[in-house]
Write a protein that binds this ligand. Structure first.
Ligand SMILES: [Zn+2]
Length: 388
């Protein structure tokens, strides 16, 4: 934490001037070291800042092994000049909101349950936090409410540099990277944690904390959360999706899911009714089939593969038909097929069907199924030649 690391002195600094100490051609881009910088380097789970140095984009910022801050640029800068730096503030503030929000959630969970944050991933579109103990969605919802109450109280986020002796008597969560002077970030009532990231000055700036989803992760839990503008954007988008659904059903906003459940139930009921009708239809057809017919070929439309299989099986088993084939139209010159036979080994002919009729599929010696792309007339010819 050097004096020239301006993001620690003032995390709200968006523009600065600095001298270019060095510029080297790296593997992918140009690596620049400055006398001072407001660019936060990737670390402590917080991604690097982006922005501009002069008129050149800064695409990444990292610390090297000697703890120097390396700015990755798409073009070189002359050594010795003074350059004006501009931080991509929208990106940085989003990181500050989400990072500080994560402190509060992790701190509250630590206080209430004693669980540790064992993994933190902050990227452009997700914040994932892993805890080493399991929490139900209801428990997480409780934490989420308390975290938001802490936002509404707008408490200051404090930064201190305790002495080694003070640290010994202090209860704090710690992240892995602890070297040199320890920086403690405290959200009164929420969290005390050693951290090297950038934070908002008061909790009110986080705006909103929302836990989007959670799942069991080993013995623990992984929570996906969003803070600030991200959380609002997510709410706007999901609200639009919900509105499309409830308007479609002329339902009320909170009743969209009930409307979809009713639709699904009625759809399943229609499916069962169609199956009953198809069965009846095939039973009647089967009555007109002469027992012992060697080959039957049917083209059908709008029936399920299950109904076709039942029909073909019944013809073979009950009417003694040698081979029964049902073709179900899917689109112009596209069919799915089902063949059941007791007179031919279907494995032998399945390849020929696929080759001659642009098909895909296969199965067992007495039953094959798949799809075909050919005209009805051609299919009739090939099937008749193979089975009649
Ligand atoms: Zn932090």
């Amino acid at each position: 934490m050097e004096m020239n690391e301006l993001f620690y002195k003032n995390p709200y600094l968006t523009e600065f001037d600095a001298e270019v100490l060095s510029c080297d051609k790296g593997k992918k881009d140009y690596e620049v070291i400055l006398s001072d910088t407001a660019f936060y380097p990737e670390g402590g789970g917080q991604p690097a800042d982006h922005g501009m140095l002069g008129d050149i984009p800064v695409v990444d910022v990292k610390r090297d092994k000697e703890d120097r801050i390396i700015h990755h640029l798409t073009a070189p800068l002359a050594e010795g000049i003074t350059v004006h730096g501009i931080i991509d503030w929208e990106r940085r503030f989003d990181h500050m909101q989400n990072h500080t929000g994560e402190h509060i959630v992790s701190g509250l969970i630590h206080q209430k349950y004693g669980y540790e944050n064992v993994g933190f991933h902050l990227s452009d579109n997700t914040v994932l936090v892993d805890f080493d103990g399991f929490l139900t969605p209801e428990q997480l919802a409780e934490v989420e409410m308390e975290a938001n109450e802490l936002i509404w109280r707008n408490v200051p986020v404090q930064e201190t540099f305790p002495t080694d002796e003070e640290l010994e008597h202090m209860e704090f969560r710690s992240k892995k990277e602890l070297s040199g002077k320890v920086r403690i970030i405290e959200v009164p009532g929420g969290d005390i944690c050693a951290c090297c990231g950038t934070h908002v000055m008061r909790t009110g700036e986080i705006g909103l904390i929302k836990i989007i989803a959670s799942q069991k992760n080993g013995e623990g839990v992984r929570a996906e959360m969003m803070c600030g503008k991200r959380a609002l954007s997510d709410y706007i988008r999901k609200n639009e999706i919900n509105a499309r659904i409830y308007r479609m059903f002329a339902a009320k906003p909170y009743e969209a899911a009930d409307a979809v459940v009713r639709l699904k139930e009625s759809d399943e009921e229609k499916g069962r009714a169609l199956t009953r009708l198809a069965r009846k239809y095939f039973n009647e057809k089967a009555e007109h089939v002469m027992p012992g017919t060697s080959f039957i070929l049917e083209f059908e439309e709008g029936i399920s593969a299950n109904a076709a299989r039942e029909y073909a099986s019944a013809l073979v088993a009950e009417k003694g038909v040698g081979t029964a084939a049902v073709l179900m139209k899917q689109a112009e010159n596209r069919y799915s097929y089902m063949v059941i036979s007791q007179s031919r080994n279907l494995r032998d002919v399945s390849k020929e069907i696929n080759t001659r009729l642009n098909g895909r599929g296969g199965g067992k010696p007495d039953m094959i199924q798949g799809s075909l792309e050919a005209e009805e007339e051609t299919i009739r010819e090939v099937f008749t030649e193979l089975f009649a």
